[in-house]
Ligand binder design. Structure first.
Ligand SMILES: Cc1cc2nc3c(=O)[nH]c(=O)nc-3n(C[C@H](O)[C@H](O)[C@H](O)COP(=O)(O)OP(=O)(O)OC[C@H]3O[C@@H](n4cnc5c(N)ncnc54)[C@H](O)[C@@H]3O)c2cc1C
Length: 345
């Protein structure tokens, strides 16, 4: 965002955090990411705000941007062919001819489904729990995010802005929202996030939803002229806040590759796209899955597994190397150096 001068609002409104809190046994431990990573921090900025900034920039260029346009089919995707996107817009079926298709249409979009079976392999895992999330009109009760393990399940306190809190509860897979009136959610958050002398402020609930926890990766992320980017190619459990960050990382690698190809015909960047992104994606999967299993209550865990989990939690907060590994992954791993021109991987 900085590189493309799109970050004015991120810097003006984003909340800069030095770290996070990990909580278990009713005790809160600060992971000081700024000191553990040599000065790097985390910026908390709403995804909708980020999308708003990107749309505003596109509109300001005067270039076309279609809203309420649903792609229904992709064809001609072999490299060197003539890709065509068929889509519905304004009550009509329309066709868009292009040279490259960036498949940025999320997990349920049409892009990944347009790749013939056999040309793509998918890897996935469903977790036996989900996140019940609320957006509430109340100032965050903590200066930084609190990830809390509790014998009743995980809870997370996060924030959208200085006056809006975002809070989550681990609930069983398949749980229904109707079982969770606002009062019950606040009571449960109180129990799971509570520490002596600390109060969770309550407020009007603006939004409520349940999200299943899933990991998914498609390999490769390219099929001929189609490049999968973001959730169309991979999904992380939300623990660790990697999804949108990875989507943006994909787009950066892809944009650099496409710029080289359009300007000089150099294919090395786009040839390396899938491999470069998958390395980062699997690192993030590993991190998100580890943090998820560290802080969630596995309904199938026996007492031995629970004691191992406790040991991992203590080691993570007490050992400096473990804290550093957590911090490095949380603030985000650096980009690999760009591929040298003409060097395909
Ligand atoms: C509870 C929760 C918390 C999260 N917290 C964080 C966090 O803190 N930090 C973080 O980095 N990530 C977080 N994520 C993950 C993040 O939301 C996603 O990874 C991110 O939205 C992926 O962006 P995307 O653009 O690839 O896909 P999406 O956001 O899914 O966008 C895809 C777009 O394509 C459109 N589309 C779909 N099909 C079609 C079609 N056929 N034609 C045209 N358009 C289509 C959709 O309408 C949508 O606008 C969280 C996710 C969840 C569920």
């Amino acid at each position: 965002m900085d590189q493309h001068r799109l970050s004015a609002n991120v810097h003006a409104q984003g909340l800069v955090h030095d770290g996070i809190y990990l909580q278990f046994n009713g005790e809160r431990h600060h992971i000081d990411m700024r000191s553990l990573t040599g000065g790097r921090t985390i910026t908390v900025y709403g995804q909708q705000e980020l999308v708003r900034d990107l749309i505003a920039h596109r509109l300001a260029t005067g270039k076309e941007l279609l809203f309420e346009a649903e792609a229904v089919g992709l064809a001609g995707l072999e490299w060197g062919g003539e890709p065509v996107i068929t889509f519905h817009h304004g009550g009509e079926e329309r066709r868009l001819s292009c040279r490259i298709v960036a498949g940025c249409d999320g997990f349920h979009g049409v892009s990944r489904r347009s790749i013939p079976a056999g040309a793509i392999t998918t890897y996935g895992r469903e977790f036996p729990y989900a996140w019940l999330g609320i957006l509430a009109e109340v100032a965050p009760s903590s200066d930084e995010l609190v990830y809390s393990f509790h014998e009743r399940g995980f809870a997370l306190l996060s924030m959208r802005s200085p006056s809006i809190s975002r809070l989550y509860l681990q609930v069983p897979h398949g749980e229904e929202l109707t079982h969770w009136p606002d009062e019950r959610i606040w009571d449960e958050l109180d129990i799971r996030l509570g520490t002596p002398g600390w109060t969770l402020e309550r407020g009007h609930v603006l939004e409520k939803s349940i999200t299943p926890m899933r990991s998914f990766v498609a390999e490769p992320l390219r099929h001929g002229s189609l490049f999968l980017a973001g959730d169309s190619g991979h999904i992380m459990p939300p623990t660790g806040a990697k999804g949108l960050n990875l989507a943006i990382a994909d787009v950066k690698v892809l944009a650099d590759g496409l710029t080289a190809w359009f300007s000089s015909g150099d294919e090395s960047g786009i040839d390396a796209y899938s491999q470069m992104c998958l390395k980062r994606i699997w690192n993030a999967q590993n991190f998100s899955t580890s943090l998820t299993s560290l802080m969630h209550l596995d309904p199938g865990a026996d007492s031995f597994a629970l004691r191992l989990q406790r040991a991992r939690q203590r080691f993570t907060v007490e050992n400096e190397n473990a804290r550093s590994a957590l911090a490095d992954n949380y603030v985000g791993l650096p980009f690999d150096p760009p591929v040298a021109p003409g060097r395909a991987q």
